[in-house]
Design a protein around this ligand. Structure first.
Ligand code: B3K
Ligand code: ZN
Length: 844
């Protein structure tokens, strides 16, 4: 396959000032008629004419009314064109009903829908399918379906047809079309300049009861973007559509966002607190793209983080404002470490702005999204809030309507703040997670912090340069009071010392508060000091981090030295759990043990080959020890945090439920699931029902509840995804692969539905002791199904290949078994480009 390079960028030869598309919908033979007005690009002398197009049947093509006689290739077509403006007209035929890749125009349960980002529009018609070609679209849809939607504002409609017009020039990746038997829940939003916007959330009949929350989240997002960024919505209409078959979470098409139904449909009976929070965040994310992504888009796909990093940062700010800021920060860091640090430490490591790709869909990664957001967070901290928003105003003003680069973004910050960001830009061009080591020195009332930064080589990047690292530090006295409040140190050298004068005692440092930079911090300390910080740190993130470090230290010693669970840790954890002055959500997070994969990552980084079975055993032993240590406290903790008011998915109630359910899961280790059974039987919302079910499965008493759950929910696809996933996720290590395989044999397992496939195989990858079981069954079962899915849906298959990306951490036997499976995948005839690239990179 061809490799594309950032350094090869050339501007488009032709720009487009008008596009008209007509769709004559038919499941296996949809006709797409295009009329496109091309204008030579004044910024280049290149006049070659190339249109992308894949899997299209060309019916006719004309230039200025004459036969175009194009030359067709597998990637598109070329033709002789005049060196002045001209009109291209073409008709193609496509088959949405057989499009199981879910890219381009496809069908989901009788409804037509599209997914064009990144390069799906070329499967709809011939077009310069690149984000730097922006044009206003006029769309006519003809089809015998009640609801026919496209981008922008409605122009006119009649029986079996509708016309839409989107006045805002946009790249083809933001095009969308939806047609089907859909029901709307509607509302309105009045912008601050007084424009009334009609809002609709479209669902399939039967799902109308799950729309209220999403619609409210949309209104909240619209208001927030006005209040915080001064950004108003710019059309008369905003449509959201829920689709069952979708490769990702959602898509920000202009005025017509399309959502995976799992990322928008919610009701207390069918969705957990975590689902509600995720849905609110995704709705905000897609809405925020209207400015950061749509009004200002990317010049090319290497610049993906320009819109994604920034939009993730914005949705994180939104969730912090709507809910709890510290809890949001801790959850984001947990995710960052689990996914992005893992990626950065393995064969898939790449820059926040990649420099080459074979298949761009493989670069919608935790690095581009989450590390991309961290880079913006560091900019925010370095320049301060006022200058940050000043820079953002300048960005919107200077670049509205343009397709931009990271250089444009950096230049805005330099111009708005007067800072030189040359070195800071390395965060975009250098892969790998920096390791930051700190040592302390106390001499004559002077306290020195010596920092060293080091980034290990990553694929294709052996040498690393020092980065600008904002390090937020606070200092505490031994009585627990804060003697130096949070101060931002700006590290720029490979090694650098920061001094604090005028202290009367040697302080205890709290370093990297708020997780001020995406680095791994190393500091020689002891568990007494960690327990002190857990009790006294005024920075909630570092307070949590101290507890986490304590738990990791205990687990690592249990695994590597065979020690018993540490009573100092158990006491500190108990104290934190019962501290009523702390937010219940925070306490629940502080009580959760590090994930098994996190422990494996930590062990490997310290030179120890992780044994997934030993990790599994240690986590189980430690949880049990916590349960026994808190035996007398658990019923009261559970009772005190039981919500008696009617269910609300807000931060306050969900925090209490999280803490109560943490207590329940500990209690279930002692009472064989009796309390969990009672909660299961009484539950009137999915949070309570599902956490009780998890406890019962873990206690080995889940069979009855699983059967009842299936009976109750077999008609609800989204709820049944939970049922599928939970069984695999919580299976004993030796059973996990078999449980997954057995579930695939059910009639309601449909690998064409990405949610269902991920429910089973995402859960298998998420059960580390099961996936890495020494029998090799986990690896084999995963590979069997990735091979099957590749033919159906390459994009989802490629994403799931990352289950194997940690293979070099493990022992020789496991490495050999994984290599065998990767080779088996690589040998599949007609393996997709997506999966070929992933397997090659993982094996390299
Ligand atoms: N921009 C889309 C992601 C498209 C992924 C294409 N493989 C959703 C989002 O980030 O908002
Ligand atoms: Zn996005």
């Amino acid at each position: 396959p061809q490799t594309f390079y950032l350094s090869d960028y050339t501007p488009p030869a032709f720009l487009i000032d008008e596009v008209s598309l007509t769709f004559r919908l038919a499941p296996e033979a949809t006709r797409v008629i295009s009329r496109i007005h091309f204008v030579p690009n004044p910024d280049t002398t290149d006049r070659s004419f190339f249109l992308h197009g894949e899997q299209l049947k060309l019916i006719s093509a004309k230039i200025d009314g004459h036969d175009a006689n194009p030359t067709l290739t597998a990637q598109g077509l070329t033709a002789e064109v005049p060196d002045h403006e001209f009109t291209w007209e073409a008709e193609v035929e496509i088959s949405p009903a057989t499009n199981t890749a879910l890219e381009g125009l496809y069908m989901s349960n009788g409804m037509y829908c599209t997914q064009c980002e990144a390069e799906g529009f070329r499967k709809i018609t011939y077009y310069p399918d690149r984000p730097d070609v922006m044009a206003p679209f006029h769309v006519r849809i003809e089809g015998d379906l009640p609801v026919l939607l496209s981008n922008g504002n409605p122009v006119d409609q009649g029986e079996g047809w509708a016309e839409w017009s989107d006045p805002w020039p946009k790249p083809a990746y933001l095009f969308a079309l939806v047609a089907g038997d859909l029901r709307a829940t509607s509302g309105t939003f009045t912008t601050r300049s007084g424009n009334e916007v009609a809002l609709n959330l479209w669902v399939r009949p039967g799902d109308e009861g799950k729309t209220e929350f999403g619609l409210q989240a949309l209104k909240d997002s619209m208001k927030w973007d006005e209040d915080v960024y001064g950004r108003e919505y710019d059309l008369d209409l905003f449509n959201i559509v829920a689709v069952d078959d979708f490769n990702m979470g959602a898509m920000e098409n202009k005025g017509l966002n399309i959502f995976n139904s799992s990322a928008v449909l919610a009701s207390p009976e069918t969705s957990t607190d975590a689902n509600f929070e995720r849905i609110e965040g995704i709705i905000a994310h897609e809405y925020f793209h209207n400015w950061t992504g749509n009004r200002i888009t990317c010049r090319d796909w290497f610049q993906l983080c320009l819109k994604e990093g920034l939009t993730v940062f914005r949705d994180q700010q939104f969730t912090s404002d709507m809910r709890s800021e510290p809890v949001k920060r801790i959850s984001d860091v947990l995710m960052l470490r689990a996914r992005q640090f893992r990626e950065d430490a393995g064969p898939l490591a790449h820059n926040v702005r990649p420099e080459s790709y074979q298949e761009i869909n493989n670069f919608y990664t935790a690095t581009v999204y989450e590390k991309g957001a961290e880079v913006i967070g560091m900019l925010f901290r370095l320049v301060g809030e006022t200058d940050y928003y000043r820079a953002l105003d300048m960005y919107f003003q200077r670049h509205d309507g343009q397709a931009c680069t990271i250089e444009d973004w950096i230049a805005v910050f330099e111009d708005a703040t007067g800072r030189d960001l040359t070195q800071f830009k390395r965060w975009y061009t250098q892969a790998g997670t920096p390791h930051l080591t700190v040592t302390e020195e106390w001499v004559n009332g002077k306290y020195n912090l010596h920092f060293k930064q080091e980034t290990k080589p990553t694929p294709g990047q052996p040498d690393k340069q020092p980065l600008v690292i904002p390090i937020a530090v606070g200092l505490l006295a031994h009585d627990g009071s804060e003697i130096v409040p949070t101060t931002l140190l700006e590290m720029t050298e490979a090694a650098q010392t920061f001094s604090f004068d005028g202290l009367t005692e040697r302080p205890i440092p709290s370093i990297l508060r708020e997780f001020s930079a995406p680095v791994v911090l190393h500091r020689d300390t002891n568990n007494q000091e960690r327990a002190f910080l857990l009790a006294h740190d005024t920075d909630p993130f570092n307070k949590w981090e101290a507890g986490r470090a304590l738990a990791k230290d205990v687990l690592v010693r249990m695994i590597t030295k065979g020690t018993k669970p540490d009573t100092g840790f158990l006491d500190a954890l108990r104290q934190m759990a019962l501290d009523d002055t702390q937010d219940p959500a925070f306490r629940a997070l502080a009580m959760a043990l590090p994930s098994q994969d996190d422990i494996a990552q930590t062990l490997f980084a310290s030179g120890v080959t992780p044994d997934p079975m030993a990790i599994y055993g240690a986590v189980k032993t430690l949880s049990r020890a916590i349960a026994e240590h808190m035996k007398d406290d658990l019923p009261a903790l559970l009772a005190a945090n039981t919500v008696t008011e009617p269910y609300q998915p807000n931060a306050e109630q969900s925090g209490k439920r999280a803490l109560a359910n943490t207590a329940l899961s500990l209690l279930s280790k002692l009472d064989n699931g009796a309390a969990a059974q009672a909660q299961y039987d009484a539950a009137d919302n999915m949070t309570q029902q599902l956490s009780a079910l998890s406890c019962l499965i873990r206690a080995g008493a889940g069979a009855d509840a699983l059967a009842k759950f299936e009976q109750q929910w077999h008609g609800d696809r989204l709820v049944m995804d939970k049922w599928f996933g939970l069984q695999v996720m919580l299976a004993e290590p030796e059973d996990a692969a078999r449980v997954a395989q057995t579930l695939t044999e059910r009639d309601d397992f449909d690998m064409k539905n990405p949610n269902r496939f991920r429910a089973v195989f995402g859960a298998l990858a998420g059960n580390p002791a099961g996936f890495h079981h020494p029998s090799g069954d986990g690896y084999r079962t995963m590979a069997d199904w990735l091979i099957k899915l590749d033919t159906v849906n390459p994009q989802t298959t490629a994403r799931m290949c990352s289950a194997f990306d940690t293979w070099k951490r493990y022992d020789a036997d496991r490495q050999a078994m994984i290599r065998d499976q990767l080779e088996r995948i690589a040998a599949k005839p007609d393996l997709s480009r997506d999966v070929t690239e992933m397997v090659e990179r993982i094996m390299a």
